[in-house]
Write a protein that binds this ligand. Structure first.
Ligand code: AMP
Ligand code: TRP
Length: 326
């Protein structure tokens, strides 16, 4: 089976953009691929994190992965910092990555703008650590949202460069980006992607929001001028809501448009809230169960690390031998 690797940061609160753009798909492809899913705490600290909160969010992120239906018997689920080879390989890859490539990354440019206390080397280096995550496990495919495409492309550039210098060592990974849901937009500003770091809490629907809060957020969501419920470039807000509706209900957008022809935005939003609440119900039920069972979650984390470590150690050995680091 082909190998899949992906990661999620334990910062902020995961929202339906993370779910529809990434994690829901992670669960769906478990039968088809040999999957490894990682909570990337070393990526999260490129922006300051309070230690106690980071510790809790890391465990919460594992719970989110499990609640989304990822089965730790089938897939490897682990925490990045538990496997020292990620940092070790990142250093090695640093030595062959041109700074210019890192400076042109869109996410770096965006985040650097917001970092008031000066930009850390870690923030610039973030995509190299991501390349290390991916390349350590001979990954074939990386399921991510559209915002990560550039980083996966760079990991191919880095793999190729290493292979040219030291001999065939790394596979070149492909991004696995679904068309629908790759970019869920903010409910209050459809020109911005739904983001964990959004200050406006009405922009995101978090995965653990109660039904009442979901209804309230959808009621407050912005709509476009006109009143048709249709997916079209000049109706970015309604198009985004239709995408969310479609992904949670598994109905094609065309069918939803027909269903709400001649209906009002208010009626559409009521329907949408219902679909989102139902779409998250099973996830939320499983999440609540995991909340009551912290020993189980810790056991999954430990066993995941043991499995990942085996693979990572053997790849690092090969890398070091090829480079003369023995
Ligand atoms: P992050 O929140 O940055 O750790 O992202 C975790 C995963 O969710 C990555 O695969 C992202 O590409 C994906 N993702 C984040 N925000 C969105 C969004 N608004 N729409 C779709 N996918 C997203
Ligand atoms: N940078 C990714 C994000 O913010 C998270 C990530 C880290 C990742 N390492 C990865 C995703 C490896 C896929 C593969 O979403």
């Amino acid at each position: 089976m082909k190998r899949v690797f992906s990661g999620i940061q334990p910062s902020g609160t995961p929202h339906i953009g993370n779910y529809l753009g990434a994690i829901k798909n992670w669960a769906a492809i478990q039968e088809e691929y040999d999957c490894i899913y990682c909570v990337v705490d070393l990526h999260a600290i490129t922006v300051y994190q309070k230690p106690d909160i980071l510790r809790q969010k890391t465990i919460d992120a594992i719970k989110i992965i499990l609640a989304a239906g990822i089965d730790p018997e089938k897939s490897i689920v682990f925490v990045q910092s538990h496997i020292k080879e990620h940092s070790e390989l990142a250093w090695i890859l640093n030595t062959i990555t041109p700074i210019g490539e890192l400076e042109r990354m869109t996410q770096f440019k965006d985040k650097a703008k917001n970092q008031k206390a000066g930009v850390s080397a870690g923030l610039l280096d973030y995509p190299v650590l991501m390349a290390a995550d991916i390349l350590l496990y001979n990954t074939d495919a990386v399921p991510v949202g559209e915002d990560q495409r550039q980083h996966v492309e760079l990991s191919r550039v880095i793999a190729r460069k290493f292979n040219n210098l030291y001999g065939e060592t790394f596979k070149e990974p492909a991004e696995l980006i679904r068309k629908e849901g790759a970019r869920i937009m903010s409910l209050t500003d459809p020109t911005k992607k739904m983001s964990k770091s959004d200050e406006d809490k009405f922009g995101c629907i978090d995965l653990t929001d109660s039904p009442d809060l979901i209804r309230e957020k959808i009621k407050k969501a912005v709509t476009d001028s006109g009143k048709e419920i249709i997916s079209r470039p000049d109706k970015p807000a309604v198009s985004n809501l239709l995408t969310i509706y479609s992904l949670f209900s598994n109905q094609p957008i065309k069918e939803i448009e027909t269903k709400y022809e001649n209906k009002t935005y208010v009626e559409f939003k009521e329907g949408l809230a219902q679909v989102v609440i139902e779409g998250l119900a099973l996830f939320q039920e499983k999440y609540a169960e995991l909340d009551k069972n912290p020993e189980y979650v810790l056991k999954v984390i430990k066993e995941g690390a043991d499995k990942a470590r085996n693979l990572a150690e053997s790849k690092m050995k090969e890398v070091k031998e090829k480079m003369g680091l023995v």
